[in-house]
Design a binder for this molecule. Structure first.
Ligand SMILES: [Zn+2]
Ligand SMILES: [Zn+2]
Length: 455
């Protein structure tokens, strides 16, 4: 028989497999007058795919950590307030699940278009906040009042909160809400929809066999805790740089930002040289495949020729002594917004700070091989961290590869979320006071790196 901590850890791992949780999100369960909760973020804290029962924290209803080695989630106050005011609630999950996030950004109700969760959306889900991190008891209590006796609450611009009588019920509800939100979005251009009525929804809810069959199904999805990735050679070594560039290529490929014509480059420590990924399947690039190039652009080492685009990377390294890493992507959403002459609005916490400044765009479709366009692109980049080449791609530069990778992925995800929400209505950007606080509230690029490279 599993302990409750084992069940909690497993349910979080399954929520991760289902795409409901990524690095961010947490889950808790009531045990007497205490709460078991998955750890908050912080260096060394295991991401959801690596979590085990021994990582789980025990906290009291005021959020004080009684047992556990990691920090509690910063917004634990949400869980505590709900347990204090809702005796029926035995488990709480906070997630940033993408389809529900899109609905949170617009004034539009989820319609019960399918039987799953039809009873949960007979009246509109409550909504709380404008993207804040809810860290105080006062905020938690206000959220709890807004939640009332509902099973879930939208946190627009941030995520959702799901509550229930147990861990599997919460997981099932979150998963079914996500499916329902996706079906609502896909059905949105089709006109008026036939829905499940309140009476039909009540009948279906009573027909549903307990949660046992759900439990078996969801438990069967558990891949078990993943081991932490093997430590890399130090960044001050050539081997360490090569390993990081290859890993960055794999992560970008996994998230669909690159295929085979894009590149990642990194300066070599103590040398006027850099390594760059050659043309080829970026999901399979190995550290030894990278080409070494000098600051004149000459190919000095490596089994495969460096791409012609290396000259732009060379120019950026020559112009910007602070830049250590460059990520060049041919992404999807991040290219269609500039194509439409639109900026990506800061509609969600993650990535919002990346789109605060106007995107510099080189407005001539070109491969940027020749000197004149290269000079123009470097000038547009200036002292910034991003430059876009219209109808071509985007360059992210940074003092470390973690930052460049995080910027590329977060910007693409943010654009994708906005695009989803745009199919549903008029998504609202985060207010200025929320944007201001984000840099100190969000995980570092290093934490994202640790999570992504361990997937
Ligand atoms: Zn959150
Ligand atoms: Zn390109």
């Amino acid at each position: 028989m599993d302990t409750l901590a084992e069940e909690l850890a497993r349910t979080l791992r399954v929520a991760h497999v289902l795409g409901l949780i990524n690095l961010l999100g947490h889950l808790s369960v009531r045990i007497g007058d205490r709460i078991l909760v998955t750890p908050g973020r912080g260096l060394g804290s295991p991401p959801p795919n690596r979590i085990t029962a021994s990582d789980v924290l025990t906290v009291d209803f005021d959020g004080r950590v009684l047992e556990g080695s990691y920090r509690a989630p910063r917004d634990l106050a949400m869980h505590c307030a709900i347990y204090r005011t809702r005796p029926d609630v035995k488990a709480v999950m906070h997630s940033h699940q993408p389809e529900m996030l899109a609905f949170g950004l617009v004034e539009r109700e989820l319609l019960p278009v399918v039987h799953l969760n039809a009873d949960q959306v007979q009246s509109p889900l409550p909504r709380f906040g404008q993207g804040e991190l809810l860290t105080t008891a006062t905020q938690g209590e206000a959220l709890s009042r807004t939640l009332g006796d509902a099973g879930a609450c939208q946190l627009p611009g941030h995520g959702i909160l799901v509550v229930g009588a147990g861990l599997i019920e919460v997981l099932t509800r979150a998963h079914h809400l996500e499916e329902l939100a996706k079906m609502n979005r896909l059905a949105s251009p089709l006109g008026k929809l036939n829905v499940v009525s309140a009476a039909e929804a009540a009948r279906i809810a009573s027909q549903r066999a307990g949660m046992e069959d759900f439990r078996d199904y969801y438990n069967s999805l558990d891949p078990g805790p993943k081991p932490a990735p093997a430590p890399m050679a130090p960044l001050i070594s050539i081997k360490g740089v090569r390993e990081r560039v290859a890993l960055a290529c794999h992560v970008l490929h996994r998230f669909g930002l690159v295929n085979h014509l894009e590149h990642v480059s990194h300066r070599l420590p103590g040398q006027d040289r850099f390594v760059i990924s050659p043309r080829g399947d970026m999901g399979k690039i190995q550290p030894e495949d990278l080409a070494t190039v000098d600051l004149s652009g000459n190919w000095v080492e490596g089994p495969l020729p460096p791409p012609p685009f290396r000259f732009l990377h060379r120019d950026i390294f020559a112009a910007r002594s602070d830049v250590q890493a460059i990520v060049h992507t041919h992404e999807t959403y991040g290219r269609i917004y500039p194509a439409a002459g639109l900026s990506i609005p800061p509609v969600h916490r993650i990535g919002a700070n990346l789109v605060e400044h106007t995107l510099p765009v080189y407005d001539v479709p070109d491969l940027i091989f020749d000197e004149e366009p290269r000079r123009a692109v470097v000038a547009l980049l200036g002292q910034g961290n991003i430059v876009h080449e219209r109808a071509h791609g985007t360059d992210f530069v940074a003092t470390n590869i973690e930052e460049a990778l995080a910027a590329a992925i977060h910007r693409e995800r943010l654009a994708e979320l906005h695009h989803r929400a745009l199919q549903l209505g008029r998504p609202r950007p985060l207010p200025a006071y929320v944007l201001e606080r984000l840099p100190e509230e969000l995980p570092s690029a290093g934490e994202w790196w640790d999570y992504w490279t361990g997937l």
